[in-house]
Design a protein around this ligand. Structure first.
Ligand SMILES: O=P(O)(O)OC[C@@H](O)[C@@H](O)c1c[nH]c2ccccc12
Length: 257
């Protein structure tokens, strides 16, 4: 599956046209996760569909979802922009960015500098980079290029071997462990447990995917995650605010002052 997605990305890049630069204020994902509003940081994801789950949200309004996430006290928002496999769109990100005052991360399969230029113009504050999609030295180049343009990166790994390869080359400021294997789509929170000790001390650690209940949140928090990335369970909630409140078991927000 991952190979198929990457093949599509290469075709898209060959035909890529850059959007106009949007003029928006920027917020740091790193800072937001470093000082989360609750006991663990929340990146809430705007996600209409996925290859493994199909359509997740029928009446999908990115602006409304983003407002709900902000009202519910999310620390940051992730927006899926891949069209073919996740029914996302780059315009969704720009819309969300213009709607809320939170760090906004682009969730896509970014394998080239052109896509990074596109991400900057869309108005994103951060983007995802996935270890294993390009050779690790190229990933480092993309990471440095993004930061040189003021764009932060969440660097995602799944396997232990990927994390070892990554940290032997450099220590990204934010590392995500994806509990879902992108090759098989199987989700297991034991990924987070097993990889926690390998995360460099100076990096923020985000546990991604398959977090549905308060117990899941507690489990990855105990494992050492400073943040979580949650999509499906919030998208299926009656409202985004309600989804966040249930996930956090009613835990209240600390004031950011
Ligand atoms: O919907 P979930 O299980 O809460 O997962 C969210 C997020 O982690 C997931 O969408 C994701 C993590 N890494 C990715 C890479 C590409 C596309 C999607 C993803």
């Amino acid at each position: 599956m991952l190979e198929k997605i990457l093949e599509t990305k290469r075709e898209e890049i060959a035909a890529l046209t850059l959007p106009d630069q949007v003029d928006v204020p920027h917020f740091s994902l790193y800072k937001a996760l470093k000082k989360p509003k609750r006991s663990i940081g929340l990146i809430a994801e705007v996600k209409k569909a996925s290859p493994s789950k199909g359509l997740i949200k029928e009446h999908f309004n990115p602006e409304e979802i983003a407002k709900g996430y902000e009202a519910g006290g999310a620390d940051a928002i992730s927006v899926l922009t891949d069209q073919k496999y996740f029914q996302g769109h780059r315009n969704y990100l720009t819309t969300v960015k213009k709607t809320v005052a939170l760090p906004i991360m682009r969730k896509d399969f970014i394998i080239s500098k052109q896509q990074i230029d596109e991400t900057v113009r869309m108005g994103a504050d951060a983007m995802l980079l996935i270890v294993g999609t390009v050779p690790i030295n190229e990933l480092k180049e993309l990471y440095d290029y993004a930061y040189s343009l003021g764009l932060e990166c969440l660097v995602e790994v799944h396997a232990k071997s990927e994390l070892e390869e990554l940290v032997s080359l450099f220590h990204p400021k934010i590392i995500g462990v994806n509990n879902r294997n992108l090759k098989t789509f199987e989700t297991s929170l034991s990924q987070t447990d097993e990889m926690a000790s390998l995360i460099p001390k100076g990096s923020l650690f985000v546990s991604e995917s398959g977090i549905h209940h308060k117990e899941d949140l507690e489990r990855v928090g105990k494992a050492g995650a400073s943040g979580v990335l949650v999509g499906e369970s919030l998208m299926r909630a009656v409202t985004p605010e309600e989804g966040i409140s249930v996930l956090f078991g009613g835990e209240s927000i600390v004031s950011s002052s």
